[in-house]
Design a protein around this ligand. Structure first.
Ligand code: SAM
Length: 336
């Protein structure tokens, strides 16, 4: 179409040039006619003038016809161009709508992919690191459903919240009033010392191990879809944050279940002392690291628990179940 248009415009230019030339000739003819009128021209000149005038008339008519033809062609091209433009606009609108649909589809696919990825991760978790812990939590739920133990879920040492997140997931729906309390330094383990580093043996634990910031922990919880209004985090070292005078932990009530996962002996006594007045008959204590430190009674959580029971003879525990290589759960048989 552009080529056609340019041809037409060139033709029009040539016609205008011809019209210019003709106007020049006409001026010459007018001059001769004036001479004739004044009687200055010869008879031959008068003849020539008459012939030239006839030719000029014919040429004029031809140019006028060509101009009319060009005008009609231009009008047709303009009409076509308008139709093409309308079609083009329609096509562009259809394309934009298709683009919107594709974007919406992509968004949906991305969200489905994310759901699938998290489901795959959940299955992978189930089959690896958290398998035994999650099995233990499943047992805990079955137990609590029939045991009717008052209180909340407490976890001491939450790291990135994989166990904690699963606990929230499976307990929150069944126990709509239950709250979930996460205690952690959010700086990882303290340096192993005393019985936790006897003869240089630290059970594989080290200062700063399992460091995860509170922000990252919270992010993980939000990502897992947990209702954050039901979660409380208590950041800081246990011996500083666990006490009745602490503004957050001091206001906490009964414990339905406590997941004790702080690895070291030194970290465990403040946890057990804090729990003492918050237990009920039937409360569950789950020690994640019971058999760490070579399964020896004088080390780790086993030692802390034995010392606690010796300090609190009113408390008696019943064996509940073992989980993983190192975990052990008890129910409280007496606490007053
Ligand atoms: C093995 S990780 C916990 C893993 C977590 N329960 C899970 O299942 O994914 C141990 C956690 O205990 C915390 N921790 C150990 N001793 C502590 C102490 N004395 N005070 C505060 N946090 C402590 C560490 O910061 C670490 O996050």
């Amino acid at each position: 179409m552009l080529e056609k248009l340019s041809q037409l415009f060139n033709g029009r230019k040539r016609l205008l040039q011809t019209i210019g030339d003709m106007q020049g000739e006409l001026a010459a003819l007018r001059h001769t006619a004036a001479q004739l009128t004044e009687g200055k021209a010869s008879v031959e000149q008068a003849h020539e003038l008459a012939t030239a005038l006839t030719d000029a008339d014919a040429a004029n008519a031809a140019v006028a016809a060509r101009l009319e033809e060009t005008r009609a062609q231009l009008a047709a091209i303009e009409a076509n161009a308008r139709t093409d433009l309308t079609d083009l606009r329609k096509e562009m609108a259809a394309f934009a709508a298709a683009q919107d649909r594709t974007t919406a589809l992509l968004t949906e696919l991305t969200s489905r992919l994310e759901t699938t990825q998290s489901a795959v991760l959940e299955v992978k978790d189930r089959l690896s690191y958290t398998r035994h812990r999650w099995d233990a939590l499943d047992k805990l739920v079955d137990y609590l459903v029939v045991a009717h133990v008052p209180g909340d879920y407490f976890e001491f040492g939450v790291y990135e919240g994989r166990t904690f997140g699963y606990a929230v997931k499976i307990l929150s729906g069944i126990f709509p009033r239950m709250r979930f309390i996460a205690f952690d330094s959010f700086q990882g383990l303290p340096a192993p010392k005393g019985p936790d580093a006897e003869d240089g043996y630290t059970g594989g634990f080290a200062e700063g191990q399992f460091a995860c910031t509170e922000e990252r922990f919270t992010e993980q919880m939000v990502k897992s879809g947990a209702d954050m209004r039901r979660i409380t985090t208590v950041p800081g070292w246990f011996h500083e944050t666990l006490g009745d005078t602490h503004p957050v932990s001091g206001s906490l009530g009964k414990v339905a279940a406590a997941w004790i996962d702080c690895d070291l002996y030194e970290s465990t006594p403040p946890v057990l002392d804090f729990l003492t007045g918050r237990l009920s008959v039937g409360s569950v204590l789950l020690f994640d690291d019971w058999r760490c430190f070579r399964n020896l009674a004088e080390f780790g959580e086993q030692r802390a628990c034995a010392e606690w029971l010796a300090r609190n003879p009113q408390i008696r525990l019943n064996d509940f179940f073992d989980f993983g290589f190192g975990g052990k759960a008890f129910t409280v048989a007496a606490c007053a």
